[in-house]
Design a protein. Structure first.
Length: 156
């Protein structure tokens, strides 16, 4: 087998291992497959071309592994690949000020949920299955697990 083909097999195995480490962490099977391909390539280098060529290929593989890992971690830590955004929004942090029986006005349509103004605060509210248009008067009927459930008040 040609030495360039063996070098290609080893390089393919190294690239598969790098993909496992940086792009598909946790799958393990792909990393093991890449490691097997690298070992098979090194075995072929020793078996087909002797100890001297096999040792050179082993040394080159170790150097390439160090370069790929260093380059990968440097790129990963620079933020070019990793997402470092932080979600700053929060769910309703209900204070004692909003309670069952309070009234307000919808700001958006409530198809199942939407926004409403209750006691001067814009909060996310949930209807009890009914559609409520924006601008309608509502009443808080239940508060459970930081969710405010409302119903439309009958306008007379």
């Amino acid at each position: 087998m040609d030495i360039w083909l063996i070098a290609g097999v080893i390089l393919l195995g190294l690239l598969i291992v790098v993909v496992e480490i940086f792009f598909l962490p946790g799958t393990t099977v792909i990393g093991i497959l890449g490691g097997i391909i690298v070992v098979a390539g090194l075995y072929l280098a020793f078996a087909e071309h002797g100890t001297k060529t096999g040792s050179i290929m082993l040394l080159c593989t170790l150097v390439m592994t160090c370069i790929l890992v260093y380059g990968g971690f440097k790129t990963y830590s620079s933020g070019k690949i990793a997402l470092k955004d932080v979600i700053g929004s929060k769910t309703n942090l209900l204070e004692e000020s909003i309670a069952q029986g309070d009234e307000g006005v919808t700001v958006t349509h409530l198809k199942m949920n939407g926004k409403a103004m209750i006691k001067g605060k814009k909060v996310e509210v949930f209807s009890q299955g009914e559609y409520i248009e924006s601008g309608k008067k509502i009443k808080v009927v239940k508060i459970a697990e930081n969710k405010i459930f409302v119903k439309q008040l009958n306008e007379t």
